[in-house]
Design a binder for this molecule. Structure first.
Ligand code: ADP
Ligand code: AMP
Length: 215
């Protein structure tokens, strides 16, 4: 089972992807996470991507599709992948079809998280993660059960993304509208798109996606 979670920044792709892989033999592939790791490591890809990400623009198609191709060769993705934040352009969508076909695989569903754009700024500026395990939280919508302590690993350090500010978010939204939203009709024509109300509670969104996956 290979699925794409599609939606604008803050729609809940990362939140849902990490819940969906838990208990299923699936792997979450987030190009945003891969690029942030590359920036942190100071690798050649990270050096190229750093300023582009800070500006809220899209990293080149060649770079992100190469990252996905390498990741698909690591041997743990055969049972299924949840693509989170990839593809983001028509060229990336084409590349993904080829990468999967080369490995004898294909897409099953494209789950569109339908959200009210006006609510996304609040979601994004309130986002933070555990610095140790990466579990995602929100200042209003998902605080740790015990203040200042990660529910998953017990760590007490948290971090915020440098691109989660109101100014960069408007560029990221514009990039989504101009380059990512146009790939939906391509998948729709292939009968792959399933829509979910991304404004519902986190648990309700997970249940709706689980219903689509049939498990
Ligand atoms: P994306 O990966 O699509 O950019 P995230 O999954 O990181 O989005 O979600 C953005 C923020 O909104 C996070 O802080 C997350 O905790 C919160 N969030 C995610 N889904 C919901 C939801 N259904 N309702 C309220 N807040 C949510
Ligand atoms: P995300 O974590 O998905 O919000 O992505 C953070 C940033 O990484 C984006 O604003 C882009 O600069 C870059 N990025 C992540 N995924 C892609 C992608 N598939 N194509 C191009 N740029 C990407």
């Amino acid at each position: 089972m290979n699925i794409i979670l599609l939606g604008p920044p803050g729609a809940g792709k990362g939140t849902q992807a990490s819940r969906l892989v838990a208990g299923r033999n699936m792997v979450q592939l987030s190009t945003g996470d891969m690029l942030r790791a590359a920036v942190k490591a100071g690798s050649p890809v990270g050096v190229k991507a750093k300023a582009v990400m800070a500006a809220g623009e899209l990293v080149s198609d060649a770079i992100v599709s190469a990252l996905i191709g390498e990741r698909l060769d690591q041997g743990d993705t055969a049972a299924g992948v949840i693509f989170d934040g990839y593809p983001r352009t028509a060229a990336q969508a084409d590349a993904l079809d080829i990468l999967l076909a080369e490995r004898g695989s294909a897409l099953d569903y494209v789950v569109e998280l339908e959200v009210d754009e006006a609510a996304l700024i609040e979601r994004i500026v309130g986002r933070f993660t555990c610095a140790h395990c990466g579990e995602g939280y929100h200042d209003v919508f998902k605080l740790p059960t015990v203040a200042g302590v990660c529910d998953v690993c017990g760590a007490t350090e948290f971090k915020r993304r440098p691109d989660d500010n109101a100014e960069t978010v408007s560029t990221r939204m514009a990039e989504y509208r101009a380059k990512t939203a146009p790939i939906l009709p391509i998948y729709e024509a292939r009968g792959l798109v399933r829509r979910v109300n991304g404004m519902a509670d986190i648990d309700e969104v997970s249940a709706a996606i689980a219903g689509i996956l049939g498990s």
